[in-house]
Design a binder for this molecule. Structure first.
Ligand code: GLN
Length: 556
């Protein structure tokens, strides 16, 4: 595909045999390898479901909704993409069947198809290809496109047909197909089995796609004999059969795939000379060295509503780890169901934690448990980070127990409260639709000079991503400030409170934003770093007030 004189290449990643094989992580790892070879990489996910975007989906079922700078509510795989290739993506990087159909139907209603019968082929497939093409026109050398779902699913067929056509449209040398399969080990026969891979490749070929590389997921390395068998039966060169064994950490995967030569095969298929693009993976290797070199273990409690599905807080989990890597601490997360606090998960249990996070969330269920957790953190000086709902919770808690407003609440939960310390934002008042209507995406904030957060960021102007409808009710601001909760960051016009903190506490910080989305394995987010630094100081019995992340050596 020509764009400003240069050819953009496309890699399509499909999956077979089973879901949850780690297609997103494989695609992300490949992205990291290509970027480490000096190529400009962007990524995209095609999701087969009918929701226009995942914004309206229950995180307890579907996992986290990842928010992009431009306010896209996207699949959690975009989080992996951003963390691995270290590029901020846009909403263009996630397309669903629902968004494709709604566009095509809107065009049909406008009469754009000039009386034609509107069909899956070519109209839906053209729309899918157009989305991929548009991404390719943004100037990347390589666009990696992950197809959600599993080959053989009914709903995936238009995507598979579109990427088949794409090689014809873009040119043979400009497209590479990578297929991910499972090679299970059957204990009774003591063997790894290739049959599921053969079936899945047969299914893909029946749709007209011959894979250029097959990545075999397994719990033990694939022997050369088995690779030969897969090579023979699936018609790929032996070096294009890649063994991808379960890794100790997700950050090991790029290194493993490099050893197996996946990036070299992809580049060869795309007609790019590997010798022209020597790899420098030293920064990533340093990350992996840190990941494996942690000693002290810190226990971080995450008190939330969807904790039975930890993927619901995927970016929070990763951000905790990144901060741990930076200070040399291994972090373990205890997922604590808010509804069970404090009745079953009591104050003693929370007091044994090194830090507490209340993450984002919606609705009434578990809210009181989160308030109880925030109170226990504040009263026992346990480092606490409140994210979005978690900030609102700490505001409600402070109002009830420090300001004596026993009835204080968020109007998301109580419309009759006499102290609506968290209230619906003015611009949200007349909105009825739920999809895509929150305050979404990156907004700037101004931080108070001398505040904990300004110290952590090393700046008084920051930008963070948002996804909410409710806000701190500025009417109460003076009362909070007098009682010791500082509104340490606001929107540039001063209207919206974006950060709060209790300075006399070792670390009691809340933000209306979602800092977890911007954390990187080699660049932890300042607010998580502040939390983990405070937790480490506390665990080591040091003075918890010494919060000086600037002293943490982050140089790679
Ligand atoms: N439910 C709250 C709001 O809409 C918090 C949202 C969130 O945590 N993402 O404001």
């Amino acid at each position: 595909m020509e764009s400003a004189g240069k050819v953009t290449k496309f890699v399509f990643v499909t999956g077979g045999v089973s879901s949850s094989l780690g297609k997103g992580l494989t695609a992300s790892s490949l992205g990291r390898l290509l970027k480490s070879r000096g190529l400009k990489v962007t990524m995209c996910k095609l999701d087969p479901y009918l929701n226009v975007d995942p914004g309206t989906m229950n995180p307890g079922e579907h996992g986290e909704v990842f928010v992009t700078d431009d306010g896209g509510e996207t699949d959690l795989d975009l989080g992996h993409y951003e963390r691995f290739i270290d590029e901020s993506l846009s909403k263009m990087s996630n397309t669903t069947t629902g968004s494709i159909y709604s566009n095509v139907i809107a065009k049909e209603r406008r009469g754009d198809y000039l009386g034609k019968t509107v069909q899956v082929i070519p109209h839906i497939t053209d729309e899918i290809k157009e989305r991929i093409r548009r991404l390719g026109a943004l100037g990347a050398d390589v666009v990696i496109v992950e197809i959600g779902g599993t080959v053989g699913d009914i709903e995936i067929v238009p995507f598979i047909e579109s990427i088949r056509q794409y090689r014809r449209d873009a040119g043979r040398d400009n497209v590479c197909y990578v297929h991910l399969t499972l090679v299970p080990y059957l204990a009774p026969s003591g063997e790894q089995k290739t049959k599921p891979t053969q079936h899945s490749v047969t299914e893909l070929r029946s749709r007209g796609i011959q894979p250029d590389a097959i990545v075999c997921r397994s719990d033990q390395p694939i022997s050369d004999g088995l690779k030969r068998k897969i090579s023979l039966l699936c018609d790929v060169p032996i070096e294009a059969v890649i063994s991808c064994v379960d890794a100790p950490s997700i950050y090991d995967i790029p290194i493993n795939l490099l050893d197996e030569g996946l990036d070299a095969i992809v580049l060869r298929t795309l007609g790019i000379d590997v010798a022209d693009h020597p790899i420098d993976l030293s920064a990533w290797q340093e990350v992996v060295r840190r990941v494996n070199g942690t000693s002290t273990t810190l226990r971080v409690g995450v008190v939330g509503k969807y904790v039975t599905m930890p993927d619901a807080y995927l970016s929070v989990n990763e951000a905790i780890r990144h901060a741990g890597y930076a200070v040399g601490a291994k972090t373990t997360v205890e997922w604590l169901e808010a509804e069970r606090v404090p009745s079953e998960i009591d104050a003693d249990r929370l007091r044994r934690l090194d830090a507490i996070i209340v993450p984002g969330g919606f609705g009434e269920r578990g809210f009181e448990g989160m308030v109880a957790a925030a109170r226990i953190a504040r009263e026992n000086d346990i480092p606490y980070l409140g994210i979005c709902l978690g900030m609102q919770v700490m505001v409600v808690e402070f109002a009830r127990h420090q300001l004596g407003m026993t009835d204080a609440h968020s109007t998301e939960i109580s419309l009759t409260t006499s102290a609506p310390v968290i209230a619906l934002m003015a611009e949200q008042m007349d909105i009825a639709d739920l999809g895509g209507t929150m305050r979404l995406g990156a907004y700037p904030a101004m931080l108070d000079e001398g505040s904990v957060v300004a110290g952590l960021y090393g700046s008084t102007v920051v930008s963070e991503r948002h996804r909410h409808r409710y806000e701190f009710n500025s009417r109460y601001r003076a009362q909070f400030e007098e009682a010791g909760m500082r509104c340490s960051g606001t929107s540039p016009d001063g209207r919206l409170v974006e950060f709060v903190e209790v300075p006399e506490h070792s670390y009691f910080v809340g933000t209306q934003a979602h800092p977890e989305f911007k954390s990187r394995p080699d660049r932890p987010h300042p607010l998580f770093l502040g939390l983990i630094t405070a937790a480490l100081a506390r665990a080591e019995g040091r003075e918890p007030h010494i919060l000086n992340p600037a002293s943490v050596d982050l140089s790679l």
